[in-house]
Design a protein. Structure first.
Length: 366
């Protein structure tokens, strides 16, 4: 029932060699450099960094090249590499209010301090194939303006004056670390946000879409969406104060949702929150919608049985690396298991045939 096979190591070596050849492709075509991937496929690089939980555009570009453009495989490579890195400590919480915004829009306030900044976006394109890109031409240049120096406060803060939006409680408690501690349920909001931030964009998008189609009654407005760079600071114990160690590009989204109130809370607006590495507005908006849907219990709302309200379902199935690992394990040899099921099916068929034959003989005798 189980037969050992020789030559497996040689076959695997040959498969690796063939993979490397396929990765390179036609040698008559110039090889992609990491700089080309990093600069010209930046949105793919951003997704790999976000779901791989490691901010390094060069490593993300290398992972994309190594994986032949398979982003989930690239995310797997980044996650695996991340586990080998020493950890020196934790950075301070970034202040997104000080973000140098390349893009900043609001669906709730037209005339907000700091203005609406469209930035580089596909929103206003016609989604028609541009065949000019197939030809090698001059690099396009966008008009240049003076740097914006005005303050861009969070737009949802304007609702605080009327006290009609929930206030986010401040806490000195250290949030859980999903990369070091196994997830347990019920999970706190900090852990949920960590899981959503590194969750599969397609899955999170599907869950978010379901909330807008009536599953969870979660109609939201994009209070603010901003994309830009923020400094990262880390406190050095020997110095006794925090120093800037670099900067990261982030996409932040705050959604505003109507809340009819509960026994203890008056009617007001509530928030959903999304924060993702790089330029990834679809993921950050989806993350904010799912975050808000998962807060039904703490806000005293009804559980409508929607998938997006089920914390364990959402968080247990959002990680594409776990999902891929489980799916791919069924490609591994299951010879013994299959032989046992094969024998069982044969036995059941024999028994069913014997029963049918006996019934036919009985009817013939009657």
């Amino acid at each position: 029932m189980y037969v050992a096979v020789k030559g497996g190591e040689r076959a695997i070596d040959n498969a690796h060699a063939w993979l490397a050849e396929e990765r390179r492709g036609d040698t008559g075509v110039a090889e992609l450099s990491l700089a080309q991937i990093r600069e010209q496929m930046s949105l793919a690089v951003n997704r790999v960094m976000a779901e791989g939980s490691l901010y390094d555009p060069d490593l993300a570009a290398l992972a994309i090249k190594q994986s032949r453009g398979d982003l989930i495989e690239a995310i797997f490579l980044i996650r695996a590499y991340r586990t080998t890195l020493p950890r020196f400590g934790y950075s301070e919480a970034v202040n997104t209010g000080d973000m140098a915004c390349d893009r900043r829009i609001s669906a709730t306030f037209k005339d907000a301090p700091g203005g609406q900044v469209l930035g580089p976006t596909f929103d206003y394109t016609h989604r028609l194939l541009d065949f000019k890109l197939a030809a090698d031409g001059e690099a396009p240049e966008a008009p240049v303006a003076e740097p914006r120096m005005e303050v861009t406060p969070h737009i949802t803060e304007f609702l605080r004056g009327e006290d009609i939006i929930e206030r986010e409680p401040s806490s000195e408690a250290v949030p859980g670390d999903l990369t070091r501690e196994p997830m347990s349920f019920p999970a706190g909001r900090a852990v949920r946000l960590q899981s959503l931030a590194r969750g599969d964009e397609g899955f999170i998008l599907g869950m978010a879409y379901s909330t807008q189609r009536g599953y969870a009654r979660n109609h939201a407005f994009v209070g603010e969406l901003r994309i830009g760079k923020v400094p990262v600071e880390m406190e050095i114990p020997e110095l006794g104060f925090a120093i800037e160690i670099g900067e990261v590009e982030l996409t932040e989204c705050e959604t505003v949702n109507q809340f009819k109130g509960s026994k203890t809370v008056p009617p007001q607006f509530t928030r959903g929150y999304g924060l993702v590495f790089g330029q990834s507005e679809r993921k950050s908006i989806a993350m904010a919608l799912v975050d808000r849907a998962l807060r039904w219990e703490e806000l005293g709302e009804d559980n409508l049985g929607a998938a997006a309200q089920d914390e364990e379902f959402v968080l247990s199935h959002s990680d594409n690396i776990q999902a891929t690992g489980f799916l791919e394990h069924i490609k591994l040899p299951h010879y013994v298991d299959f032989q046992s099921e094969l024998e069982l099916v044969r036995k059941l068929r024999r028994e069913a045939q014997e029963l049918a034959d006996s019934m036919a003989a009985r009817e013939a005798a009657e």
